[in-house]
Unconditional design. Structure first.
Length: 321
């Protein structure tokens, strides 16, 4: 038998002279009001706006109800609020608060073109799925998935965020280069068993400066930890040098990235890799560092096996391995 609720107001023990009541006439309410703070951050930084600009929209403008910036904002805000699954958007598309965060003119959705969509201000899971799964080469001739991402531009965006966050150039920055495990629990493409981590995983590469991410790349785990690191470091350093030509840059990594640190010996950085020997140079704060010629170009020489062997030999002469 279905319970019939006839009480519109619940009365509790008073607090001094104040009444304590429970009522159900609060109107539209939300438990995600903290999202409004994220909206203020976005207005000041434009992070989502800049991220959305990395997508190319090949849809017919006459048929668009949700702009790319709105789609990206909907997904990013939902992730920040703890809604990770696309299926969540079957309900979230009705949420006027999320529509407010995204920037919809009518957060109630009553201005939608089709009658069946009214009251649903946001995109559903299928629309967001097409955004996420659009292949890189998608164009206006593609049937459904027509919003490809410019992956190279997205990679560069992290460095731009870092530069925007620091309008005054620092004297010295430390780039931390590291690979770590990302466990998988199914038959995902690219999964391999990693002997060190003793599990099936991916092996993403990260570059941080303090707590700020400058780059992250998802990779299979059947590769060397330093694979591709030199190219990533070179691109980041080149951009930093364009804006901050005088800043001192230190590259810090563990023994797994020794091949990259070896080549870096000849570049305009300082490198920390593992434990240094007593003969190593010291940087300004006393930590061991490996010096190399700042006049050397940033071209990637790692493709030449002879260079790699020579550089690794130099590295072993500087480090206690």
């Amino acid at each position: 038998m279905t319970t019939q609720c006839t009480t519109d107001r619940l009365t509790f023990q008073p607090l001094g002279r104040r009444e304590v009541v429970g009522a159900f006439d609060g109107g539209t309410i939300t438990s995600d009001a903290g999202g409004l703070l994220l909206r203020e951050v976005e207005r000041r930084t434009g992070i989502i706006r800049q991220f959305a600009a990395c997508f190319l929209d090949h849809r017919d403008p006459e048929l668009i109800e949700h702009r790319v910036e709105e789609l990206v904002g909907q997904r990013v805000y939902a992730l920040a609020l703890g809604y990770e699954d696309l299926n969540d958007h079957d309900r979230l598309r009705l949420d006027p608060l999320l529509a407010t965060l995204v920037g919809k003119e009518d957060p109630t959705g009553q201005d939608r073109r089709r009658e069946r969509d009214r009251g649903k201000p946001l995109a559903g899971k299928s629309t967001l799925n097409r955004l996420e799964l659009s292949p890189v080469g998608a164009d206006e001739q593609s049937r459904y998935k027509k919003i490809p991402a410019d992956t190279k531009r997205i990679e560069r965006l992290f460095v731009e965020f870092f530069l925007q966050a620091h309008p005054q150039p620092p004297e010295r920055i430390v780039l931390d280069l590291d690979a770590t495990d990302d466990p998988v629990h199914g038959e995902q493409l690219g999964r391999f068993f990693h002997g060190y981590y003793r599990e099936y995983c991916y092996l993403p590469l990260y570059i941080f400066c303090g707590h700020e991410l400058l780059g992250g790349w998802l990779r299979p785990s059947d590769i060397d930890a330093s694979a591709g690191a030199l190219k990533r470091v070179a691109a980041i350093v080149q951009r930093l040098r364009e804006v901050w030509p005088q800043v001192k840059i230190v590259l810090r990594c563990d023994d797994a990235c020794q091949p990259t640190a070896a080549v870096v010996l000849r570049r305009s950085l300082h490198a920390h890799a593992g434990a240094a020997s007593a003969g190593s140079a010291r940087d300004a704060d006393g930590r061991s560092a490996m010096r190399y010629d700042p006049a050397e170009a940033l071209e990637d020489r790692s493709s030449a096996p002879g260079d790699r062997a020579e550089d690794l030999g130099r590295l072993r002469g500087r480090l206690s391995l």
